[in-house]
Design a protein around this ligand. Structure first.
Ligand code: BTN
Length: 246
């Protein structure tokens, strides 16, 4: 992975470039990196602040031969890889909040945006966008997210080499991805669960269809979150924002 790197100083979003490359037949494992994104995208239509020279703003092209409905497993795989890479580079513990927020001391330090190019019901390419807050100082974050966002530098009290973060991350992804293609999701699920922040906790899953509060029981083989409400009914959560009710 990372044998072919497309680097740009400033882009709207690395996702757009990776989508275009994938459509033009780019090989698996190619990455797009930018120093700055002016239109960085987050999950659920949100913006992702990507100031110049501070973070890892990267999109990776994957072409897994798996059924479409298994695609969420890849997001969980990448979350494991990102949390491992952060720990390797900085020694700081990084937990995963379902589905794919990477938290340090309860604050978000990285996020993952998985987008698909599909034909009928098979996957053509998966564009995995990864944003890691590496060297931001507190005042880099807008007021809106200052309370909920953090960076490796803030947590570790030192700056880190972004190239090293990328190198370690690509290695982690490649190892887990090979394992996944050979042996399936079982191992990844265990690794994910051992790093999960929200499991066993009382949470609220909020989406456009409403909010459900209960206990996070686990994830399924497909990467779906299982939430048991106060009546003992278990809900399958496919997409939502997780909050921790006080
Ligand atoms: C999230 O947690 O909401 C996902 C954030 C994903 C951000 C990354 S940065 C590189 C890639 N390009 C984008 O525009 N978004 C992803």
């Amino acid at each position: 992975f990372g044998k072919k790197i497309t680097y740009r100083e400033s882009v709207n979003s690395t996702q757009e470039i990776a989508h275009a490359l994938a459509r033009d037949g780019e090989v698996e494992g190619s990455i797009v990196l930018a120093d700055e994104q002016t239109g960085g995208r987050g999950r659920l239509g949100r913006a992702w602040q990507s100031p110049k020279g501070t973070g890892v703003w990267m999109s990776l092209i994957l072409k897994p031969n798996i059924p479409l409905q298994k695609a969420p497993q890849l997001t969980l795989l990448i979350a494991v890889a990102v949390s491992k890479a952060i720990e390797k580079v900085s020694g700081i513990e990084a937990a995963i909040k379902w589905p794919n927020d990477i938290l340090i001391s309860g604050k978000k330090s990285a996020g993952i945006l998985t987008e698909l190019q599909a034909e009928a019901d098979s996957i053509h390419s998966v564009i995995v966008g990864i944003g890691i807050n590496v060297n931001q100082e507190r005042n880099h974050f807008s007021d809106e997210i200052a309370e909920i966002a953090t960076s490796l530098a803030i947590e570790g009290g030192q700056t880190y080499k972004r190239a090293e973060v990328v190198g370690v991350l690509l290695q982690e992804i490649e190892t887990l991805y090979q394992q996944y293609l050979e042996n399936g999701f079982g191992m990844i699920k265990l690794l994910w669960e051992s790093r999960a922040f929200s499991l066993g906790k009382r949470i609220t899953a909020r989406s456009i269809t409403g909010a459900i509060t209960g206990y996070a029981k686990g994830i399924t083989e497909e990467g779906v979150l299982l939430l048991e409400d106060d009546h003992g009914v278990v809900h399958s959560i496919y997409s939502a924002d997780i909050e921790f009710p006080s």
